[in-house]
Design a protein around this ligand. Structure first.
Ligand code: HEC
Ligand code: HEC
Length: 156
């Protein structure tokens, strides 16, 4: 019996040790999201922000990073529900700023910073990249929710 318990624990540990690239950022089709949140930039992966961050962002769309992204109430609620349902929960690491407000940028979350720590400040500033929010500059299949290592190409 002891042996059996040990081997099932080993199986659980093996499952937990799956490599990070097994994470999926694919989404079910959502036309409202694509229309409203994919017009100025690509649709960012909701898995990379905490639900509290999505709620905060969706509650203040008139002041969205210097742009007015406001929506009618029905669409706003539908998109909020979808983003929250696919949000990253605790997996995103620290998700609040020093004053306790939810972070609104994926690129400021602990998880993003950890995953991108090898990229230098000079690389981020290249004309071909411009901003960490420009995911598709390096993740060539970002639009399809594919962030696998073998699809990354950092432009000169
Ligand atoms: C300057 C190029 C660049 C930009 C822009 C960029 N990334 Fe990355 N990203 C990378 C590199 C390089 C890695 C690290 C791959 C590794 O460690 O093997 C990475 C890793 C990742 C990973 C982890 C993949 C894995 O398998 O663990 C995710 C998820 C990710 N990026 C999402 C994003 C998102 C979302 C954005 C936009 C908000 C973004 N990235 C912007 C270059 C970039
Ligand atoms: C009117 C244009 C516009 C619309 C519509 C819009 N956005 Fe944005 N969004 C922006 C701009 C501008 C930025 C800042 C980009 C930068 O810093 O490079 C931004 C940034 C973001 C970021 C932060 C990316 C990061 O990690 O730095 C998220 C997340 C985001 N938008 C989500 C959304 C969602 C969700 C919707 C739909 C409800 C939406 N956006 C609709 C203009 C828009």
């Amino acid at each position: 019996m002891k042996f059996q318990a040990a081997s099932s624990i080993a199986a659980v540990l093996a499952a937990l040790a799956l490599p990070a690239h097994a994470d999926s950022y694919k989404l079910p089709r959502n036309v409202i999201l694509e229309e409203e949140c994919g017009s100025c930039h690509m649709v960012f992966p909701p898995q990379m922000l905490h639900a509290d961050s999505w709620r905060a962002m969706m509650g203040d769309l008139a002041r969205h990073f210097g742009s007015d992204a406001s929506l009618d109430e029905q669409r706003r609620i539908a998109i909020t529900d979808f983003l929250v349902a696919h949000s990253g929960g605790r997996k995103t690491g620290a998700t609040r700023d020093a004053r306790g407000k939810p972070l609104l940028r994926i690129s400021e979350t602990e998880r993003f910073i950890k995953k991108h720590r090898e990229i230098s400040a000079a690389t981020w500033q290249r004309a071909s990249i411009k901003s960490p929010a420009n995911c598709g500059a390096c993740h060539t299949r970002a639009a399809a929710g594919d962030y696998d290592d073998d699809t990354i190409r950092i432009p000169k």
